[in-house]
Design a protein around this ligand. Structure first.
Ligand code: PLP
Length: 268
């Protein structure tokens, strides 16, 4: 018999194209050697050309999924991706407290504040961003916004290392223990420089930029790889370092698929 692996839970939306969302999260958990579980928040109609629409899952069904797995199998770390509505966010926050997931409960919780697809299609109702800040950030071990999300959340337009540092500090004011400001969308930089901070340590993670347009699901994959490492018991700086190496290889091996933007790859 195989020994029971660590478990990771994703609370996120489905991508019918299989490149992002829970599909990306679950295959990343698998590739990282943890047992993946999911609470589906929304079903998107999506392919390589973008998101054609979505339907959210009733909030009580989202929370029932979380309670079902937490009560039986246990959760070693959790993450959120697409949450769709303020109602779902509020219900998820309440349930995480009930099942003892979150920074204060010692079960690591990663919030990837997904607002839109890389095509610009909304994945979160506009009024719900405030709920992510007030309901989820104070419960988070780590938040992982990209630069577009940083601008929505803090109003800071990151253009260089100085503004990246200011943005990371501003994110901490919302209450997460750690903030990771991903620099991958700073396209005039030849490197992908990410900044991780808890307010005392400022850790720079440097990596190559790969010349590919096929990065669909990259943010989800990065956050999931970090979550898997946290489930295995790594501290936040080590988990983020491992996640960075995982997403680098995934982007390096990304592939064209369909007529639009192909996914980052789990094949390496
Ligand atoms: N679809 C779903 C369900 C997602 O969760 C995400 C990202 O979190 C996306 C699409 C967008 O992925 P990308 O921005 O990589 O296209």
């Amino acid at each position: 018999m195989t020994p029971t692996p660590k478990t990771a839970l994703t609370i996120a939306g489905s991508d019918s194209g299989g490149g992002a969302g829970i599909q990306a999260d679950l295959r990343t958990f698998f590739a990282c050697g943890v047992h993946g579980m999911s609470a589906v928040t929304a079903v998107t109609v999506q392919n390589s050309l973008g998101v054609q629409g979505f339907s959210e899952i009733p909030a009580d069904i989202v929370t029932a999924q979380i309670k079902a797995v937490a009560g039986d199998m246990g959760v070693d770390a959790a993450k959120t991706g697409m949450l769709a509505t303020a109602e779902i966010i509020q219900a998820v926050a309440k349930t995480l407290d009930e099942v003892h997931i979150g920074r204060d409960a010692q079960v690591p919780f990663v919030v990837d504040p997904v607002a839109a697809s890389m095509h610009g299609d909304p994945l979160l109702r506009e009024e719900a961003l405030d709920a992510i800040i007030t309901e989820l950030f104070p419960r988070a071990t780590l938040v992982t916004p990209n630069l577009d999300e940083v601008r929505l959340l803090t109003g800071i337009h990151v253009t260089d290392e100085r503004s990246q540092r200011a943005a990371a500090t501003a994110l901490l004011d919302f209450g997460p223990r750690w903030a990771l400001v991903k620099g991958g969308h700073l396209y005039d930089s030849p490197r992908c420089l990410d900044l991780l901070t808890d307010g005392t340590q400022y850790i720079e993670l440097d990596g190559p930029r790969y010349d590919t347009e096929h990065t669909h699901g990259g943010g989800d994959t990065f956050a999931s790889a970090i979550t898997a490492s946290l489930a295995k018991g790594l501290g936040v700086p080590d988990a983020v370092e491992q996640g960075k190496r995982f997403i680098e290889r995934s982007v390096a091996e990304s592939y064209p698929l369909g007529q639009g933007i192909g996914p980052v790859s789990p094949f390496w």
